[in-house]
Ligand binder design. Structure first.
Ligand SMILES: Cc1ncc(COP(=O)(O)O)c(C=O)c1O
Length: 397
């Protein structure tokens, strides 16, 4: 880097050093093996408790085979945006299968859950509208809301009564849209979606839910948050990701056919960014095959999560208010959480400390993700290591 460039970029070095000193700079480890219960990470064999690979599909032979066959037939890349030459029959199949799986009229597939939120919020509301957003919504919802240019009004976490009070006052808009995560990614609690649907009906608002951590986890056989509450037809816009339980990378929007037609025509991520790749699309189809064929993986995920969470609670750890397999081990201080994760790694566990800005200051944690691929022995081993480090750092007695 030239001296002149170093001078212009000095603010970056200062900011990174500041984050480092507060224990808030992410240190990234490299995974050198396929995903699974055990991983090779930075040359060490470790138990994986950090991925969103809820059902173990990221390295499932059925998905790998489906990718190979699709690539033999179609190659790799879509070579264009969907509206020019990038819509392949695989995309159309995926959209139809996802709509059936989710019990929605229609689906549009996009490149990721992140872009799906941008596509939905960026196209459905605009400058004359208001978005009512849960205070703990995911960053991709926050960014999508900013992109829309609508007024953003944040309501207290999971508080449908407070939301109704705000809606009572905030009336001067063309359209009003309520948006919430279905399962909150850092705490594992579930949005009161039935109450939000009642509020949306009462105040004539659109209702949107992001089901990123509900897909493959909650609802019958992992059909997601709307299925969990039996709210089919009452939530206007559902955003999904294929990058977690589905085991690949991609996103989608599900809802009434009119909404999906509208998003196809209006949403900039659909108009100006290339379609999902062939292997991702084929693998997502294969995930649906597996989830439709049996609930075994979802059942195993929940059994593992209950076992692990009961054990950690029994040891005295604070798991917050999780209602799902997401297991936040709340430690408070960011440097403490980093030290905890480092010591766990030395003992053979791959976990990641999560601090500000992903969670509020003082709420640093290790987010443990049990999966269907873990054995109970794996999780008992993990709990033993948590207990040992917890005692070393005086987090538990
Ligand atoms: C609630 C939520 N929405 C959206 C996303 C983004 O999904 P993707 O990784 O497919 O972009 C995430 C991923 O972290 C998430 O947790």
């Amino acid at each position: 880097m030239s001296t002149a460039t170093a001078e212009k970029l000095r603010f970056m070095a200062d900011e990174l050093a500041d984050l480092e000193s507060k224990g808030l700079r992410a240190s990234i480890r490299t995974v050198e093996s396929p995903q699974g219960a055990w991983l090779q990470v930075d040359g060490k064999r470790v138990l994986n408790l950090a991925s969103n690979n809820y059902l173990g599909l990221a390295n499932h032979p059925h998905l790998v085979e489906a990718c190979k066959m699709a690539m033999e037939q179609y190659g790799v890349g879509p070579a264009a945006v969907r509206t020019i030459a990038g819509t392949m029959s695989l995309h159309v199949d995926l959209e139809q299968r996802l709509a059936r799986f989710k019990g929605a009229e229609a689906v549009i597939a996009l490149q990721s859950g992140f872009t799906a939120n941008q596509a939905a919020l960026g196209s459905v509301v605009g400058r004359e509208d208001a978005i009512f957003s849960d205070e703990l919504n995911h960053a991709s919802i926050i960014d999508g809301a900013r992109l829309s240019r609508a007024k953003i009004i944040v309501y207290p976490h999971n508080d449908a009564v407070a939301l109704a009070n705000v809606l009572e006052r905030e009336t001067e808009y063309r359209r009003r849209l309520i948006v919430t995560d279905g399962v909150f990614s850092m705490d594992g609690d579930i949005a009161p979606l039935a109450d939000l649907a009642d509020v949306a009906d009462r105040y004539g608002c659109l209702l949107m839910v992001d089901d990123a951590h509900g897909e493959g986890v909650v609802g019958r056989g992992g059909r997601g948050i709307i299925d969990h509450f039996g709210l089919h037809g009452r939530v206007d816009i559902e955003v999904g990701t294929l990058s977690k339980a589905f085991g690949v990378v991609g996103g989608f929007i599900a809802g009434p056919k009119l909404l999906v037609d509208y998003v196809r025509t209006r949403a900039r991520p659909n108009l100006f960014s290339s379609a999902m790749t062939v292997p991702d699309t084929a693998a997502a189809l294969a995930s649906i095959d597996l989830m439709e064929a049996s609930t075994d993986l979802v059942d195993r995920l929940w059994a593992n999560a209950r076992f692990f969470q009961d054990t950690l609670r029994g040891l005295g750890f604070d798991l917050g208010k999780t209602q799902t397999p997401i297991t936040p081990v709340i430690l408070g201080d960011a440097p403490l959480a980093k030290d905890f994760a480092r010591r766990l790694y030395e003992r053979g566990l791959f976990t990641v400390a999560i601090g500000f800005p992903t969670v509020a200051l003082g709420q640093a944690r290790i987010r443990v993700m049990p999966s269907a691929t873990h054995s109970q022995d794996d999780l008992a081993f993990a709990a033993e290591q948590f207990a040992a480090v917890g005692r070393e750092l005086r987090v538990v007695g």
